[in-house]
Design a protein around this ligand. Structure first.
Ligand code: C2E
Ligand code: MG
Ligand code: MG
Length: 555
């Protein structure tokens, strides 16, 4: 047995009292199925019934709500047949033809239309894969929730999955879809009915968190979510790890939806700097920072277009014969106001924003072009090392673009070397490995940069096509002072040799350090003692002078 339906509420807005009497009369056959409520004006209806999905407005032209102001189905009550079809209403009735049947038909018609509109609206506001709200739906939800309580007791989370594109590339879109479903189900587990979840884009989610009971609830949930998402996912019998970045912003009174979304986004971008699954809570201080970050990002974009970047090359010395055997290309930004900026000022930002991909291509082409210039000066070929960020491997065009650039510049790929940091290669990423193998087949070599600062697993190290290990300068720096550092560097050199890797010590600044490194059997050194990174013109002079000289003897 079905429960009796709630009566249909008819809200009458009429400037003539006869309408109420006429309608009551005509509604009699409907019995309890409908109730007629008269309202003095539109504002009264709006405040009481605008969220009432079960109501229908009946209005005479003088009191008809303005177009677009009323979400409820509206029937216009006319004294005479209209000359043209009335707009902005669901239907109309003419006094002389208003029978009970006509009224009933009209009500059914507008309600069916209402259901249809609601269904269409739901579809337009729903993500088809997960069934949760999409971006459009979320915006509506957020606006409504902010209005409800003037923004009090609400926090917004912006979640972004790291490297989701890899998953799609590796598992196909179906695999990617299954992963998204798993993510959504983990997120739902951490949320309650008064919270809301939405999918803003392929790998982006928004969370509305109810903090009325507990002002710290958003942080608690964020903690649980990053933990839950860090657990391995199982797709087609394979386990898979995924990083994520979650930004949290607390709504402020009268803050509005846009600033809140922007703040959560900024916090998410701050979390992106950290590996694995992390969250970050927005605060004003970070905001000031982030504003300048956003400025810097667009400036950097412009710098790239206007060719304001430069490469400086730092020579690498072979200890056995005292010759310069290689160069490392290090990028700088010649900023119009701030002068020459080191990579630490902009490379991390470029990595975060993805700009590192075009920037990286610029670096490689410039390095290849300068290799040609050195050759044209009659200088002996040198290994050219270029730093490569993990983020660059995420570009599906990496292999094709690199191959093209190498061919275009007519450079023998065997002289090209890419420096990867431990953190990049230790992600055990299949894509990284495949790209490295493919580039290796072209003859390109790889070195492990800043060795000692990450968490290399030696077993894994040995399985990657790496030929050179660069001991981080922090270990070299304190070698003279600290016995412990000396031992460490010595051990690293032995370890590299046991793995059949060559060793370069970075940041060598003093003759004492050089002497120790020689004693430990280190193969090459790089550092201010040999030379600072030099612009290409100065580098050529330096190399011309150095050629034929046994530099090592000079130290
Ligand atoms: P890195 O690859 O370890 O580069 C070596 C850094 O040590 C360079 O800093 C170099 O100037 C500095 N250095 C060399 N010898 C000495 C020394 O004797 N003493 C001291 N104190 N420092 C020395 P730089 O040029 O500021 O580069 C910093 C980092 O930025 C690089 O570290 C590299 O990780 C990154 N980087 C530079 N160029 C690029 C690039 O084109 N792409 C990417 N992805 N990263 C880059
Ligand atoms: Mg390097
Ligand atoms: Mg390094």
């Amino acid at each position: 047995m079905s429960t009796p339906a709630e009566p249909l509420r008819l809200l009458l807005l009429a400037d003539e009292p006869e309408w109420a009497a006429l309608l009551r009369e005509r509604l009699k056959p409907l019995g309890d199925a409908a109730v007629l409520l008269t309202a003095p004006n539109w504002a009264a209806v709006d405040s009481l019934f605008s969220h009432d999905r079960q109501a229908v407005v009946l209005a005479t032209p003088a009191l008809q709500p303005a177009a677009g102001r009323c979400e409820l189905p509206t029937i216009l009550l006319l004294d005479h047949e209209p000359a043209a079809t009335p707009t902005g209403v669901s239907d109309w009735l003419v006094r002389g033809q208003l029978t009970s049947d006509a009224l009933r038909r009209s009500l059914r018609h507008v309600r069916e239309r209402g259901v249809l509109v609601a269904t269409l609206q739901r579809l337009a506001e729903q993500d088809p894969l997960t069934g949760i709200a999409n971006r459009q739906g979320f915006q509506a939800l957020l606006t409504a929730r902010l209005a409800e309580n003037d923004g009090r007791g609400l926090a917004l989370g912006h979640l972004d999955l790291d490297n989701f594109r890899h998953v799609n590339d590796a598992l196909g879109h179906q695999g990617g879809d299954r992963l998204i479903l798993q993510v959504v189900s983990r997120l739902k587990k951490e949320l309650e009915a008064s919270d809301q979840l939405a999918r803003l884009g392929s790998d982006e989610f928004a969370l509305l968190i109810d903090t009325r009971r507990d002002p710290n609830r958003a942080e608690w949930i964020a903690e649980r979510i990053v933990e839950a998402l860090a657990e391995p996912y199982w797709i087609d019998g394979e386990s898979l790890l995924l990083g994520c970045s979650l930004g949290i912003a607390h709504a402020r009174t009268q803050g509005g939806a846009d600033p809140l979304m922007w703040h959560a986004h900024i916090a998410m971008r701050q979390a992106k700097g950290v590996q694995g699954c992390t969250f970050h809570v927005f605060n004003e201080r970070i905001n000031r920072n982030a504003r300048s970050l956003a400025d810097l990002e667009s400036e950097l974009r412009r710098a790239l277009r206007r060719d304001e970047l430069e490469l400086h090359y730092q020579p690498r010395l072979n200890l056995a014969d005292g010759r310069i055997v290689g160069l490392e290309a290090l990028v700088r930004w010649r900023h119009a106001e701030r002068g020459l900026l080191p990579p630490s000022e902009f490379v991390p930002l470029a990595e975060q924003s993805g700009l590192i991909v075009p920037l990286g291509y610029w670096v490689i082409s410039r390095a290849l072009r300068d290799m040609q210039a050195l050759r044209e000066r009659g200088l002996a070929p040198l290994h050219m090392a270029v730093n490569l960020s993990f983020r660059q491997f995420q570009d599906s065009q990496l292999l094709a673009t690199l191959s093209r650039l190498i061919i275009e510049h007519g450079v023998d790929a065997r002289w090209l070397e890419f420096e990867l940091t431990e953190t990049a290669v230790m992600r055990r990423n299949e894509l990284v490995r495949q790209t490295m193998d493919a580039l290796g087949r072209l003859g390109v070599r790889f070195s492990l940069d800043d060795f000692g600062t990450g968490f290399s697993s030696f077993v894994h190290l040995n399985s990657l096509p790496i030929t050179l290990l660069k001991v981080d300068r922090s270990f070299v720096a304190e070698m003279e002072m600290r016995e412990e550092n000396r031992k460490l560097v010595h051990a690293m050199i032995n370890l590299a040799h046991n793995l059949n890797l060559e060793v370069v010590a970075e940041g060598v600044e003093t003759p004492e350090q050089m002497a120790l490194l020689r004693e430990f059997g280190c193969d090459q050194v790089q550092g201010f003692l040999v030379s600072k990174p030099l612009p290409v013109g100065e580098l050529i002079e330096y190399l011309v002078q150095a050629s034929g000289l046994e530099l090592a003897a000079a130290f």
